[in-house]
Design a protein around this ligand. Sequence first.
Ligand code: SAM
Length: 410
Amino acid sequence: MAEHPAYPVGLRLTGRRVVVLGGGQVAQRRLPALIAAGADIHLVSPQATPSVEAMADAGEITWTKRPYEDGDLADAWYALIATSDPTANTAASAEAERHRVWCVRSDDADAATAWTPATGHSAGVTVAVLTTEAKGRDPRHTAAIRDAVVEGLRDGTLVAPHHRTRTPGVALVGGGPGDPDLITVRGRRLLAEADVVIADRLGPRDLLAELPPHVEVIDAAKIPYGRYMAQEAINNALIEHAKQGKSVVRLKGGDPFVFGRGMEEALALAEAGIACTVVPGISSSISVPGAAGIPVTHRGVAHEFTVVSGHVAPDDERSLVDWASLAKLRGTLVVLMGVDKIGKIAETLVAHGKPADTPVALVQEGTTAAQRRVDATLATVAETVRTEDVKPPAVIVIGEVVNVGPGLHK
Ligand SMILES: C[S@@+](CC[C@H](N)C(=O)[O-])C[C@H]1O[C@@H](n2cnc3c(N)ncnc32)[C@H](O)[C@@H]1O
């Protein structure tokens, strides 16, 4: 039997009787996939591990508490033989052979009529890896191949475009703060499948260099907008490319819905009747302070954090931020897009009662090779930004959390 390679096949076990002999570690590892396949599972074993017992208690399997007896495999479609008694295992596999039941044996792959592949899942596919022959079976090697394939599919380094079921329309993908490793698995996969990518200045620009040459990469800042506002021009570009049947990714920095105008784009797409998938991203408001050693909350120090936009000054009539109320909060204040206006912001907070010696940290280009952290207080921050030449993009953190870390990132 072992001279020929095994024939790979996917068993559709829904409602079909599967017999498992032995309730130990092997059963514990294999049962979840059999349950997920909808099999009618009968466990025969005098004992079981607590996890296997819990599956029986939950009604996911039927458990007969006794050793294997001849006849147990009579009506099975498939059997897993994994008792600790080699004689019982041999007798059971002889019975399986008699009844023509495919059976896996945990103690003797050579004597089995079926082998369990190393399996993993990624976005609607199951990856299953089998060795070609029982002799020289190396389960660690097959598991490593499985891991490499699944990992590659998940992070997009193994590009396998969908030809039948590609994500239609436009995906608004949050790319994270800048480090290419900080995009989500789903975001990276959609990027790997895209025909067109419309990208912002912020976010994981390095990922664009990895895209295959046929992918059209459009810099959102450079879309000509003639009589349109820039955002309308971007919306139109998304709609036009999607209407041509292309897979479009709108790659944004951080999370699409944190000062990212993501909902404006989602609404424009909905109005044009184009499907839109939103993929959340890691927002710079939390991750950039974290990358510089600043937690936005800390036990006994800050029980809240507030994220605000500082793109307009506090005295600007367009400002929607209640700076007077923010000055009274004890927690952490995180300001995005605030480098240019930080002088006015600090002045306003102090004027409304925030202590002038409240610590402030500015983290520029967080999570990238150019990351830089500059520390100040509300009293000194305007001057520090000037002398240290702090430039956008930067996340500004105001509050005692600035000083709780070990200082390794300063
Ligand atoms: C238009 S907002 C977009 C925020 C984004 N949607 C998010 O969730 O992170 C741009 C601002 O985010 C902050 N920002 C984004 N990425 C950053 C990074 N890598 N380092 C520092 N600040 C960053 C800066 O305050 C920048 O001005």
